[in-house]
Design a protein around this ligand. Structure first.
Ligand code: SF4
Length: 237
């Protein structure tokens, strides 16, 4: 694996947690909600074991809307677009961990739907943040080699069958065992469900200056202090 981290607790931006709770960014939690938010964060800090890992896949061929990645056929127009100028790929797996899923199920069985909802939502925010952690680490790795990451794409996104989860899972496993449990069911759904797999195309740095701006990840990346951020997308300090 390029990197593999277990028990990695990412910083979850409050604004991101609120977005997933369907609340405005400036929303002030009322008393009971504030207690649930605090309980959820404390539970995660004490009991969950989120993990993230990435592997590099160097050989690929594009055939129309199909990317043959490491000999595995992935059909998605959006993914193929990202590989037009790529040199290699990174495949990433991340999960909020089995502990959070088990605790959410316990809260549901104990007729505590609020805590269930906050647990589930925070776990989603953790997975998004772990993908951000992977992006930051891989951007540093790529920059040192004169390369730049393009935005990730995942099975289940528009135009890419969720059924390809098993193929991406197999690609990640080429780097060795994962830092935590992850099962792909026959439906393509993941267990634990608060998990994600992603494919990043990695292109030469000079390509990043010419590429369609929608494909420049810095434009949307929340990694505020990143020293590799592309200049036109520098954040105001
Ligand atoms: S700001 Fe750009 S270079 Fe830095 S981690 Fe985000 S996408 Fe990568």
């Amino acid at each position: 694996m390029i990197f593999s981290e277990t028990n990695h607790h990412p910083v979850v931006p409050e604004v991101e947690f609120k977005r997933l709770l369907r609340l405005p960014a400036d929303y002030v939690y009322e008393e009971e909600m504030a207690l649930n938010v605090a309980w959820t964060k404390t539970w995660f800090a004490q009991h969950s074991q989120p993990w993230v890992c990435a592997e590099v896949i160097e050989d690929f061929v594009i055939e129309g809307e199909v990317v043959q990645l490491g000999g595995t056929s992935l059909e998605s127009r959006e993914l193929a677009k990202r590989f037009q100028h790529a040199k290699l790929a990174m495949v990433v797996a991340a999960s909020a961990g089995v502990e959070a899923e088990a605790e959410a199920a316990r809260r549901w069985q104990d007729d505590e739907p609020d805590r269930y909802y906050f647990m589930e939502t925070y776990a989603s925010a953790v997975v998004e943040s772990l993908i951000g952690v992977a992006r930051a680490q891989l951007c540093a790795w790529a920059d040192a080699r004169g390369l730049a990451l393009l935005p990730h794409y995942s099975p289940g996104y528009q135009g890419w069958s969720v059924g390809d989860q098993a193929k991406v899972h197999e690609l990640v496993l080429r780097g060795g065992s994962l830092p935590g449990p992850l099962e792909v069911m026959s439906s393509g759904m993941l267990r634990p469900k608060k998990s994600q797999m992603a494919v990043f195309a990695v292109a030469p740095l000079e390509f990043a200056a010419q590429v369609d701006t929608a494909l420049i990840p810095c434009k949307y990346c929340a990694h505020v202090r990143c020293e590799f951020r592309r200049e036109p997308y520098a954040l105001a300090s």
